[in-house]
Design a protein around this ligand. Sequence first.
Ligand code: NAD
Length: 522
Amino acid sequence: MTTRIETTARKIASLNPATGELVAEFEPATAQQVEAAVAGARSAQPGWNEIGLERRARILGNFQRLLEDRKSALAQVITRETGKPVVEGLVSEILVVLDTARFCRNQAVPLLVEEAVPHGNWALKTKSGRIRREPYGVIGIIAPWNYPFAIPATESLAALVAGNAVVLKPSERTSCTALALRDLFSEAGVPGDVFQVVVGDGITGSALIHSSIDKLVFTGSLRTGRQIAQAAASRLLPVVLELGGKDPMLVLEDADLEVASSGAVWGAFTNAGQACLSVERCYVDRSLYEPFLAACVRKTRRLRIGNGQAAPIDVGPMIGEHEVQSVESQVADAVSRGARVLAGGARLPELGSNFYAPTVLADVTHDMRVMREETFGPVLPVMAFASESEAIRLANDCEYGLGASIWTRDRRRGERLAGHIHAGTVMVNDAVSCFGIAEAPHGGFKMSGLGRTHGKWGLEEMVRVKYVDSDRMPGRKKLWWYGYGEAFQTEGLIDLMFARRVGHRLRGAWKFLTALKSTERL
Ligand code: NAD
């Protein structure tokens, strides 16, 4: 049974990766349909903005309640399209979104309200300034398939509460999940034109970038992210790019071996290893290397692999044939260069064509592709290090910088080392789960992307900051307008504000006040 996505000229299909069953088939939106959706969103957005932050926050409260009611049915939709265990759909998708709705409902009002900007420039003291956070208008969101609910829903919640309309282009593999999200928003009270879904593939995504959206939030691969950045540059479209990762895990000599090995196995294999933040490179202090490997292998062999709809299951299938081949090719490259396969290392055809056994590799090096390229599958490559500085050097020897984790019984030491890691998030004694903290920013350094989603930083991405400056003395001409006096009088002003000696300040005050009296402003 094949599980390849067939993207014909006018069809995209959602397939169950565990069984190959056709879940649904769609016609991708044309460029004209995308532009029509954006135009509809643009006309509806001012009304949505005008109802105000409090009312929007209440509508998100409705969304939260509806989602809680529908969680079981929605988890089934997610599992049918992605193959992930239903438990993962509930925890890493639905719970994350519920918590983001809670955050937006409670925090958006204090974080997005108008704010005074007190300033210390004495010469401009008559001015009072305020920050207004205004919605961009229409936010385009392009989403991947690996967290087809959590990613677009958390981004949309932030965009909507800030007063924007949203046009979402989901992955061609997970249209049903995106349409379920649309239905939830609509039932919660978000007007239909304010949140729209245009189903389709890369061509549809490209049409969205070239439409009249005001900002784009893209989550996906580095390859597509680069193309998007180039397309956006031509019209200076603001973009947030959430791209790939190659997260290192550093196991120091004082780590709890039992805890760290469980963390490595979960961090590498959750969602069948198809998580941007998954553990992709594991570096272990030489003194723990062999016992750590033995514990990882023992725990990997106990994992229950199968169709995510069957219970209880730990690891589901990968998403498709192309992705399985990519993992196979990285593992083959590693083995040909001397890596040892301690667990897995092959497909599980008896379960279905997309099942790949969770794999533990030992004796890997940075010459191997599995330690340099993103691995979007269940592979845990492990390497020994001799010193803390070597561990940091290896962790940073990578073009990506999304997340990282440090495992030690000494939390202070872990937090200190976090300062040396080039990544957007560093976790001490856990991996991946930071994505579930609604208040925490998510985003990468280096090739892992630009900008942030989640938390107050994610909300700030959804607004234009406008500084409104209002002069308290509207009837007075300003000191710095034409009718300049002698330069030395201006020096007086600078001395008054910044001279180090008190005497110079006083002399500056005198020069300046004299000038003030004698200079006529035009
Ligand atoms: P992808 O880049 O193939 O596709 C992502 C989305 O972009 C899809 O909706 C796709 O249809 C669309 N697309 C493809 N080509 C396009 C084009 N030329 N113009 C506009 N849109 C286009 O990625 P994927 O395979 O769906 O997802 C896996 C990747 O996403 C991995 O690299 C993973 O690390 C990354 N990811 C990153 C994060 C993060 O938060 N940093 C989260 C999840 C996934």
